[in-house]
Write a protein that binds this ligand. Structure first.
Ligand code: NDP
Length: 481
């Protein structure tokens, strides 16, 4: 049994309560590690360590901060196999995906912000011959970073790297369901020579550890990625305390397919945008709208491709979908298949639990599902399912598909397939979404703003947006005479 520890003030330590929570391997349904069941005392110790480190870290030169972040990125790459195996075991995702996407991207996040601070310049505004303004960008202090289970190290590092790069100290909490790579990261930070207290990682339950971070009076900034309900709860606590708040929340993303698209290219990508990571990526397209004239061709080809996907052992190179993250999540996802049928939908394929053999017999596997015949306003088409379930719906005109696509309370991402650039531009302009991909999906340049509108969140991450969020501007105006 692996016993994880908190990373507080540069040391790996047990929670003060000495209590632990079981951690499951979703591929087998077995408990394989235990994580600290931390509480307010541990969070408070972490905040005190971060406060003590802040003066020194925020005055460390950019070059030195950059050097240490680079070193962390190098160590992540050097440990790629170990980290990918841990991510796959914790989350149930295919090992090949963790190797190809999750872990390289975590290293890239550190390297990106290690470089960004060196090239970052703050604003200056001249008032002709009267005065000059310049703007300091100071780190805020102790940043609280809370992340979800779907892309554990990828999203954890997406917050921590910019926060540290600009000179904040951090108290962070990974999801209690997928804590393993955050624990391994703490070991790598020690090896990289990150000064003690600069990054603190406290493991445990959201309502205990997460909430203790959010409500701590000496944590003036919260960066949160997770569900919309949790985001609302966090906003209620943080708003009256006037904390800086970034919320990256849920989605119900549309995929819009016009008849004039490049069919094969679209099909290959839409399979990925529907089912990569078992459909558990906030950017996955779960509502697929197809122009009526293409509907039957798409339906046949898509269902055939879905039937060919292999659900299996995450360690097997040929596996397309591994296990979903937990038993309760599997039950939630499958309950939407029942709901879809009650709402009049027809399940064209999948939508049931798959029982594998041998050591995998108790794992949480779902056959990827395609459902048609639903009204765009029904719950299945409005609520986030966050699993390998998509609906397909025909449309007759651009106006109609925009109405359906924009009908949810969410507005995170979207993808549009057409070879008509004018149509693509019009649809991109009118979609309620923070991100629009045209003839592609998940193509990410880390300099671009990342985030959603409506109940998909508040604020943006990525590039300069993150550098600005994790700093406080102070304008200085100097009159010439
Ligand atoms: P949750 O909102 O349940 O949890 C997210 C994090 O918040 C976890 O670390 C969780 O801890 C913690 N948490 C839970 N309750 C509280 C609380 N009261 N106070 C503070 N922290 C708390 O989301 P999931 O982990 O289930 O992740 C899936 C969701 O994340 C989906 O809705 C998905 O769309 C969204 N997401 C959004 C992204 C975006 O960029 N917009 C990207 C990826 C995912 P614990 O795990 O211990 O409960």
């Amino acid at each position: 049994m692996i016993l994880l520890q908190n990373y507080i003030n540069g040391e790996l330590i047990a929670p003060k309560s000495n209590l632990y929570i079981d951690n499951y391997d979703p591929a087998t349904g077995n408990i394989y590690s235990q994580i600290p069941d931390s509480d307010y005392t541990d969070v408070n110790n972490a905040v005190e360590a971060a406060e003590a480190a802040f003066n020194s870290w925020s005055n460390t030169t950019k070059d030195e901060r950059s050097r240490i972040l680079y070193k962390i990125a190098d160590l992540i790459e050097a440990n790629l196999d170990r980290l990918a195996a841990a991510e796959s075991m914790d989350n149930g995702k295919p090992l090949s995906l963790a190797k190809r996407v999750d872990i390289p991207r975590a290293a890239h996040n550190f390297r990106f912000y290690a470089t960004a601070i060196i090239h970052y310049s703050s604003e200056s505004h001249s008032m002709e011959d009267k005065a000059i303004n310049f703007t300091h960008r100071d780190p805020v202090g102790v940043a609280g970073c809370i992340s979800p289970w779907n892309l554990p190290l990828y999203l954890f590092s997406w917050k921590i790297a910019p926060a540290l790069a600009v000179g904040n100290c951090v108290v962070a909490k990974p999801s209690e369901i997928t804590p393993m790579t955050a624990f391994l990261l703490s070991e790598l930070c020690i090896e990289a020579g990150l000064p003690k207290g600069v990054l603190n990682i406290v493991h445990g339950l959201g309502p205990k550890v997460g909430e203790a971070i959010v409500s701590h009076p000496n944590v003036p900034l919260i960066s949160f990625t997770g569900g919309t309900q949790t985001g609302k709860h966090i906003a209620r606590i943080a708003a009256p305390m006037f904390k800086k708040l970034s919320l990256e929340l849920g989605g119900k993303n549309p995929t819009i397919i016009f008849e004039d698209c490049d069919f094969e290219r679209m099909l290959n990508t839409v399979i990925a945008s529907s089912f990569d990571n078992q459909g558990q990526i906030c950017l996955c397209g779960s509502r697929i709208f197809i122009e009526k004239s293409l509907y039957d061709k798409f339906k046949t080809a898509f269902v055939n491709r879905v039937n060919a996907l292999k659900v299996g052992d995450p360690n097997d190179e040929s596996t397309n979908l591994g296990a979903v993250v937990s038993k309760s999540h599997m039950e939630k996802v499958l309950s939407y298949v029942t709901l879809a049928q009650e709402e009049g939908g027809t399940v064209l394929t999948g939508g049931y639990q798959i029982q594998l053999e041998g050591r995998l017999k108790d794992g949480y596997y779902i056959a990827p599902a395609v459902i048609e015949g639903l009204d765009y306003t029904c719950r299945t088409n409005q609520e986030e399912i966050f699993g390998p379930i998509v609906t397909i719906t025909p449309f007759s005109s651009t106006e109609e598909v925009l109405k359906m696509a924009n009908s949810t309370k969410y507005g995170l991402a979207s993808s549009v397939w057409t070879s008509n650039i004018s149509k693509a531009n019009i649809v991109a302009k009118k979609l309620h979404a923070g991100i629009v991909w045209i003839n592609c999906w998940l193509l990410r340049d880390l300099r671009t703003p990342f985030g959603g509108v409506k109940q998909s969140g508040v604020g943006r991450e990525g590039g300069n947006e993150a550098l600005q969020f994790f700093t406080e501007p102070k304008n200085v105006c100097i009159q010439y005479q």
